[in-house]
Structures are given as C-alpha cells and as structure tokens.
Design a protein around this ligand. Sequence first.
Ligand code: FAD
Length: 520
Amino acid sequence: MLKKIISLTAIAATVLLFACTDDEEWPAQPDWSQIPNPDEVVDDGLLKPAACGNNVVAHRGGASECKAPDNSLASLRYAIEQGCYGSECDIYWTKDDNVVVAHADGNCKINGMYPWEHTLAELRAGGGLSNGEQLPSLEDFIREVKKEECCTRLWLDIKNITYPSTLTQYPINATKRACEIVTELGAKHFVEFICTGNATVMRSAFAYAQDADIVYDGAKKLLLEDIVPEAEPAPAVPENPRHPKKKKAGPALRCVGVRGTSGREYRADAVLVATGGVSYPTTGSTGDGYKLARQAGHTLVEPVPSLVSLVSHDPDCKKMMGLALKNVTLTLFEDGKAIFDEQGEMLFTHFGISGPLTLSASSHLGDMKKHKYHAEIDLKPALSEEQLYDRITRDFALLANHAAQGALVKLLPSSMQPVMVARWGIDPATKANQITREQKRELVQLIKHWRVSIDARGDLAHAVITSGGVSVREVDPKTMQSKKALGLYFAGEVLDVDAYTGGYNLQIAFCTAQSFANHL
Ligand SMILES: Cc1cc2nc3c(=O)[nH]c(=O)nc-3n(C[C@H](O)[C@H](O)[C@H](O)COP(=O)(O)OP(=O)(O)OC[C@H]3O[C@@H](n4cnc5c(N)ncnc54)[C@H](O)[C@@H]3O)c2cc1C
C-alpha cells in the first residue's frame, strides 16, 4: 500500500485550488466526511485524463512559448501536445449565461466590452484572436481536453471583476455556470479551479462544486506521539572492543501528522517539512518550519539573511548610488583577514552595496556582533599596480591641462570621479601635469583598494536565502528523517544548508526532497 505522505509545501487541492486574501474570512470548511478519499479509485463512469507523470501547468496554454494567442485553442493544444498536467485559462460569465475563455484588459473588458453586459455572440462579433480563431467558450475548451489519451486538465481561473467597481456576482455566476457546464459534459475529472483573492467567490465555488477535495491549509503544529526509544542498530563494521561505539537511544517521538491552521488534523506515515526559510516572506516562507522543528526538539542554527545586499554607513556609497561596476574584484575582510575574493559585477546603492559579487560575499559573513568587516574593491583588477601607474601617467600626459577630476575621465565612471578626488585629498583645481608621483601612487592605492565599511546585512525581506535553520546533525542525510522524531523529515532551505546563487540552493531543495522520496 502506498504510504500516505504530507508535504507541508502542498497540502493542496486536487479538485479545487484556492487562494484567499487575509482581509476576508475563509469559507466554512466543507463536510470532510462527504469528500471522497483521493487514494480510493472510484469508477463513476466518467472519462478520466490519461496518466500524467508531471506537475507542469501551462500558463494560458503555454501561449508565450508556442507564440499562439493567450487562452486560444491553439495554445491549449500546445499544452496538451507537451503532455502538461494542466493548462490554465481565464474565464468570465457572459450575459447569456455562457462562459467565455479570455483574459480581459485592465478595465475588465474583452473586445472593448464588459463580458457580463454582452452575449457570447456579441463578444465574438467584437473581433477574433490574432491567429484567426474566434473567442473560445468553456465548452470549446472542455471538448478539446475531454479526449482519449489526453492527460491535461483545465485549470479554470475565475477572474475577479474589479473595474468599474468590485462586482462579485459575475465571478460567482462564472463559477456556477462553469460547474454546470462541466457536469453537463461529464468533464469533472478534467477541470480544476483557481479562485484568487476573493473569499465570496470561493464560498460560492464551495457551494456549487460539492465534491471539492482538499483545500490549501497551512501547517501549524506537528502531531507527535511518545514512543519507547529503540537503541540505534548495531554498526555494519565490527566494533573495536577497545573503543566500542556508544549506542545512542533513537528518537523518543513519532510524528503522525500535522494540524492545519484551519484546525483540521492530517494523519500520515510521513511528514515532510519543506517550508523554506524566513527570508523573502512574500514567497510564503515565514519561518513556520523552524517552529515545527522546535516542537520536535530540534536545534536551530540561528537563521540569518544570506545572499543579501550589505549595509554600509560610508557616505560615498550613497553619493555613487546606481553605479554598477563590471569586472571588478571584491575582497571581503573579517577582522582584517580576507575571507572572500571574487571578480564580477557589483552596485552602489543608497544604503551600501549590492549586485552579484556582494550577494556572494554576504554568505561568508559570520557573527557581525563579534567581528568587524570591510570590503575592498579593486577597480582595475586586470592591471598590476605598476601597470596602473603607467596608465595613469599616460592619461595625465594626454589630459595635461585638465583639473584633477577631468584627468580621471578615461579611468573611472563619471559618478565616481568627484568621490575619488575627494577621497584622494588632492586640491580639485590641480592640473593633471602638476600631479606628483606620490599623488599618482596614492591614486593607484585608492583604485586598487577602494574601501567600504560593512556595517550590517541587508534585511531578511530582501534576502535571496536564509542561512541557518534546522541543524543537519539532527537529520539523517540519506533519508532526511529527523533524529528526534520518526516519520518527520526535512528538505530544502529549512535546513542549515545554503550555497551561492546560480541554482545551487534550488539544487539543495531538489536533492534533499529526492533523498526523502527515495527512502519511502
Ligand atoms: C528572489 C529570489 C531569487 C532566487 N534565485 C535563486 C537562484 O537563482 N538560484 C537558486 O539556487 N536559488 C534561488 N533562490 C533561492 C531558492 O528559491 C530557494 O532556496 C528554494 O526555493 C528553497 O526551496 P524550498 O522548497 O526549501 O522552499 P521554498 O521554495 O521557500 O518553498 C516553501 C513553501 O512552503 C510554504 N509554506 C511555508 N510555511 C508553510 C506552512 N506552515 N504550511 C504549508 N506550507 C508552508 C511556502 O508558502 C512555500 O510555498 C531565490 C530566492 C528568491 C527569493
């Protein structure tokens, strides 16, 4: 029998997929006893989509990829040809109780008309799609997917109407009518709904789609049971009798499920916490995984923002804000010792420094209360100090009668020139041909070692990843199972594992999740 698994990233819908704004109440929970268990195959005599080995949902039929118009039958056919699990499309109710598939403009108009004020025929008469198709109806779309061998479901996005005012009745009509059409065409297994940001519409969808399945529910608490800890199994290699390996007691807890924010309990043989870190909370990662891990007794390595811009109180940064530097070397120093050194691109901002080099450097920062940090930028890494000195000498000879700032015109970007002169300490009126050897040597040092104090990390809200998290010492690296609670697993950024940008963090998430999956 398949094990029942809960992945906290996706206690998600299989028939209805909803999202809701916080300012409106969630709809009343459906009667769960009436909802069929998705694990049980029920033969209701209706055609079902063919087996699908992926979770890919094409946006508006993958229109941007196949160059067909959004929400066209051509783009839907493309998604079907690709074997996508789903194809998203946008729906509106029309005055003649029909459902049109289209993406209205910012004023909620299709072909210059409010769809709810016009019949489908009137909307169609207003103009076709750029590939010559007429505006499709929901029926057209359902007929396209409801074919033998098709594995693609429609994801119907019930569009909100916000212009000329918020009108909830029409999206509700769209939901109701769409459910009727789906039932009439026996296409229940080919359709799922998306209902974004409108709880009223969602409530109505519940009312009409009686056999709605599981609704998204955030995990709030682990369901843990005490167990008698078993001693760790004997090691595979014979023990050294002089130094017998200490046998530690195994976990004293078993995780048997989670309680959602709705209060509903989800029981499972395996619970995977893959809730991400605490950075960039707009992505939904708000540190819940840490609370769940703590509940099971896990140790947390302090989560801090990483791959993040760096704050510098150096006023020169603000003076050069917006200046992007290419092919420079950034060296990060901790208590005077170089701990990072790379060539690439960076940026000055109003609060300090940013850009790819800075983000990478940030992941090397330790405890900023204990250590002092500064960065040095080599603005001309391709030139040795001697070569740079010669180059400056040539430039100054060429620009002999220019004042100090003007003499730097070939050497530095314009927004840096006045800042450099100020830091150089030279009288700005000094002509290039009056600049002494000593002053040129000082300039070389400034260009090769432009110093920026590093005073803080940028904020969590804008950090690409969180460094820190659930200590990897307490997780079995082969299975990702917790050493504190059987049946509890961790994957991804919630763990104390992180890396540079470039796909490595995603790779960590994929690999740890795969290790978990392999173990089941
Ligand atoms: C702007 C940006 C750019 C990035 N670029 C790159 C890049 O180029 N390369 C790279 O390798 N990495 C990049 N990353 C980092 C990478 O996206 C993450 O490291 C990776 O997505 C982590 O995967 P995850 O599955 O562990 O967590 P996430 O992708 O954060 O997913 C966690 C999910 O859990 C859900 N969740 C949270 N709490 C709960 C709860 N209580 N119940 C149920 N669900 C919950 C969240 O809503 C979220 O959907 C970037 C990140 C950001 C923010």
